[in-house]
Design a protein around this ligand. Structure first.
Ligand code: NAD
Length: 505
């Protein structure tokens, strides 16, 4: 049964959006959503059943013929309108992200901006989706190509960017003429209904965009359904592997972006002030809950001491508190469980023998009721330690000291993850060698978080991405479309009757 749309912003019950309206779920399972700065429950979200997924798939499938044949200019106009509406409601969306996720308002707003840029890119879909035309490939024969939609697409997204990561997916998928089902993170699901509401206001027909809330039950039902053509996933590596394997075995197109351990390499000639600023921002911003966060520092030669001299005071000066206070640098972690997991990694690092220079467990802020942890810094870690090997996904930086540039390159290349990395140096030759030789998908040169803009594409290497294509940008257009080529000859061109040999043009 449909509910009234006014409930969208009440944020007490986060429900499914199917066929252009909120729907009462078939499932009676619900999960709590918390305000991470206070630890108080702020909403509950439905854990959809297979019947809920079935309803969303039926709506997406029914809307597909009409939407995929809608002229591309009209599809683009929905994106132009969406851009306007997101800009209108930007402050409200940022506040929602801050409440459910915890990141500071200015950071939440920045993440909306990076998502909005994908909407802007999708506004150019008439140009992006154009095919090629070759005149007279044979006598009286022309060939042209077109990119057509793939069908029903699904997006499964993580907790750390409830606005930006869904926006990496659905604007392009929809602009390309597909219908879409979003399965957002159950930890901060509020934004998903905001997208649904804004898309409806922008004039998107019912059923083109749907939201199914929930956990692995909903995800697995989607992955195993024949009506799904393409799967975009962003989340942790074990789940990315599961999604990639299941979806590809079921014959679906799939891009599954996973976890990370991003290294920042500091050469002795680096501007240490710049490197230290980059490290505090990229290591502790958003409480380290970014897939492009820097979590490993590789200090080359004698760079460690001058770097620490700059870095330690900057860490001490970090302002930590509720994300609703825009003067804070870092907010809480997403849940109590995740905070405890990160804290446990600090215990592990100590047991492994890394030097604990800054201990986030003892920070004053940890006494408050939210899911806070202070910034943490380990030095003298070694390659075999879990605090170096594993993704912690919290405000913990781990430094490894190496003697040479080659050792630094080998260290980064030997790591199982290859999402992002950065080098800080004044040496153009070293930077160029690093960019060419490093086995990582996104590289920064004196830029700590090298997230490509919307007109490029985002994706890591190794166990940070499963599938062939990166997300958004030109690769996103290819992912959400299929190539068709047409070779044509008109009857008036057939002058000599039927031809029984293989056409050679
Ligand atoms: P997660 O893998 O726990 O969850 C991601 C999504 O998968 C959620 O929607 C969740 O409901 C669903 N899910 C969880 N367990 C599942 C299961 N067993 N079967 C099917 N579906 C399941 O990730 P998270 O904790 O929400 O997000 C943090 C992770 O995401 C980190 O590892 C981070 O590096 C990664 N991440 C990667 C990128 C990237 O671009 N590579 C971007 C953002 C986040």
């Amino acid at each position: 049964m449909a509910q009234k749309a006014e409930n969208v912003n009440a944020m007490r019950s986060v429900n499914n959006w199917i066929g252009g309206e909120l729907q009462d779920p078939h499932s009676d399972r619900w999960a709590d959503v918390f305000d991470s700065a206070t630890g108080e429950k702020c909403a509950q979200v439905v854990m959809s059943s297979e019947a809920d997924v079935d309803a969303a798939l039926a709506a997406a499938k029914a809307a597909l013929p009409g939407w995929s044949r809608t002229p591309v200019l009209r599809r683009a106009r929905v994106m132009f309108k969406l851009k306007e509406l997101i800009e209108r409601d930007r402050a409200e969306i940022a506040a929602l992200i801050t409440q459910e996720h915890g990141k500071v308002l200015h950071d939440a707003d920045g993440s909306i901006q990076r998502g909005l840029e994908v909407v802007e890119f999708a506004c150019g879909i008439p140009h992006l989706i154009k095919g090629d035309y070759s005149d007279q490939v044979g006598t009286g024969v022309d060939t042209y190509s077109m990119r057509q939609s793939v069908g029903v697409c699904i997006g499964i997204t993580p907790f750390n960017f409830p606005a930006m990561v869904p926006l990496w997916m659905f604007p392009l998928a929809i602009a390309c003429g597909n219908t879409f089902i979003l399965k957002p993170s159950e930890k901060d699901p509020g934004c998903s209904l905001k997208w649904a509401e804004l898309l409806a206001e922008a004039g998107l027909p019912p059923g083109v965009f749907n939201v199914v809330q929930g956990d692995h039950v909903a995800v697995n039902a989607l992955l195993n359904d024949d009506r799904v053509a393409a799967v975009s996933f962003v989340g942790s590596t074990p789940v990315a592997e599961h999604v990639y394997k299941t979806a590809s075995e079921n014959g679906k197109r799939v891009q599954a972006l996973g976890g990370a351990k991003n290294h920042l390499v500091v050469l002795p000639d680096a501007d240490m002030d710049q490197a230290a600023d980059a490290l505090v921002g990229a290591g502790y911003g958003s409480a380290g809950e970014r897939c492009m966060a820097i979590s490993a520092i590789v200090a080359v030669g004698d760079s460690a001491e001058p770097l620490l001299e700059k870095l330690l005071p900057k860490i001490a000066a970090l302002k930590i508190g509720p994300g609703s206070d825009n003067s804070n640098d870092m907010g809480p972690l997403i849940t109590a469980e995740h905070r405890d997991k990160v804290r446990n990694y600090i215990d592990i690092g100590e047991e492994e023998g890394a030097a604990l220079l800054v201990d986030g467990r003892t920070h004053e802020i940890t006494k408050s009721s939210g899911y806070f942890l202070g910034p943490t810094l380990f030095d003298h870690a070694s390659k075999d330690m879990r605090v170096y090997q594993e993704e912690i996904f919290g405000p913990v930086l781990t430094m490894i000291r190496v003697q040479t540039f080659d050792e630094a390159i080998n260290l980064v290349n030997d790591h199982e993850y290859g999402n992002g990395t950065a080098i800080f140096t004044r040496d153009g030759d070293a930077a160029r060698e690093f960019a060419n030789g490093i086995e990582v998908g996104m590289v920064g040169i004196n830029v700590p978080i090298p997230v490509p803009l919307a007109f490029h594409s985002f994706g890591g290497w190794k166990r940070s991405l499963f599938g062939d294509m990166s997300i958004y940008g030109p690769e996103g257009v290819r992912f959400y479309t299929r190539l068709k080529t047409v070779t044509s000859r008109w009857p008036t061109g057939i002058r000599s009757g039927a031809d029984f040999s293989m056409p050679t043009m």
